[in-house]
Design a protein. Sequence first.
Length: 96
Amino acid sequence: MISTKKSKTDLSIQGPSISKKHKMVDYTLWIPYEKVIGSENVLSSYLDCVCEGIILVFREYQYESSIVTKIFSDIKRKVLNNPEYEYRKEDDPSPW
């Protein structure tokens, strides 16, 4: 899960939460709201935080971070070059 709130000033990871019943493990990535929303490129900053968070989670499982970095590099290139994903503050439903 990816979440944020104004009080978060740094990226943080919550978890793991383990459900034997549903046979799943999940984590929450807490994204620093002000850091992302106040950045020059909100979408790029958001994607950087998600990438960093996933690397932190996978590190617990000794997963090679260069693979995640490569995947996110490809994702960023595709997303940031797609005008449909352009961030416009007036479209932000955030109550803050």
